[in-house]
Design a protein around this ligand. Sequence first.
Ligand SMILES: NC(=O)C1=CN([C@@H]2O[C@H](COP(=O)(O)OP(=O)(O)OC[C@H]3O[C@@H](n4cnc5c(N)ncnc54)[C@H](OP(=O)(O)O)[C@@H]3O)[C@@H](O)[C@H]2O)C=CC1
Ligand SMILES: CC(C)(CO)C(=O)C(=O)O
Length: 323
Amino acid sequence: MRIIIHGVGAVGGVLAAALSRSGQQVVGIARGAQLEAIRADGLTVRTPQETFSARFDCVAHPSEITFEADDLILLTMKSQDTVAALEDLRAAGVRDQHIFCFQNGVANEPTALRRFPNVHGVTVMMPCSYLKPGQVSVRAQPRFGLFDIGRYPHGADDADRSLAAALDAAGFAGFPMEDVMQSKYGKLLMNLGNIIEASVGPGVDTAPLRQRVRSEAETVLQAAGISWVDVGAADPRRDAILKVAEVPGEARPGGSTVQSLRRGTGHVETDYLNGEIAYLGRRHDVEAPLNARLTQLGADLVRQGHSPGDLSVEDLTALLDGT
Ligand SMILES: NC(=O)C1=CN([C@@H]2O[C@H](COP(=O)(O)OP(=O)(O)OC[C@H]3O[C@@H](n4cnc5c(N)ncnc54)[C@H](OP(=O)(O)O)[C@@H]3O)[C@@H](O)[C@H]2O)C=CC1
Ligand SMILES: CC(C)(CO)C(=O)C(=O)O
């Protein structure tokens, strides 16, 4: 069983390096300076407890891989890059292999299921960062990450159990579950704050705004008949498995949307986070103005070339209130 990691950035990088260190056969798919650095020196992972490097095979494109029936394919790119990645996998001969969406949002699984029969959702609880080519960090201990894993739309099979076992052996915690999308909707509610954090900058107290945005989303999910489980601070597994902790010498990096804005990648994932709520609200005739405005804000911040923290909390509140 090989583990193919498509998109070796923050999440994909921590997974690739730790799985490879634990003895799994890993093949990464990366691009640009990241690919060059990994090929030259491997990938270095900084954690609260240690810094380690790992070497694994890394290619520029799925067409360089001869896929085997028992390969497990992990999608670890942002949601806006998923369609292109799936098309590349299909052109490279992928058919029945198990594909795991290690991504935020809930749109990747149905997108993959249109093309492939064996699709799995994974809830990713792993605060990590892409630092520079060849270097990532993860701010969690004692485990690097906690993952709920299951087939889409439901069920859990041997592929889920094999991957969970491999993750456990590599320093993560994997939990096969029958209804993984409930967990992913719970994570989606947490990620509605990503664009808020990116607007005002990491470390700024935005709890009241986040609560308003979340409760609007909960109303939308209820109207849509979608249930979720809380995977946030109230999740009892976190105490023993996943505490957020600082990496020595690393400034507070912020979540994945902050990182996209800071790196000027030219896109953010907001259409698939707050935009999911706007979409569901429109489909089910429920007003969701806060999430709709935040979705538009994500696009505006990118187009106007903003950096994290360019807005004050007052600016953002006025924008959300339409004043
Ligand atoms: N970072 C975090 O703390 C967490 C992130 N997540 C989720 O995990 C997912 C991944 O996020 P994250 O790791 O932060 O994102 P990153 O941007 O750090 O990593 C994604 C990587 O995928 C690469 N990529 C995209 N498309 C392709 C392609 N077709 N071929 C090769 N490489 C490709 C990107 O390259 P390039 O840079 O050139 O675009 C980038 O290196 C997202 O859904 C995010 O929301 C979930 C929990 C925590
Ligand atoms: C919850 C959080 C902010 C960190 O794990 C995340 O999912 C992200 O950065 O997208």
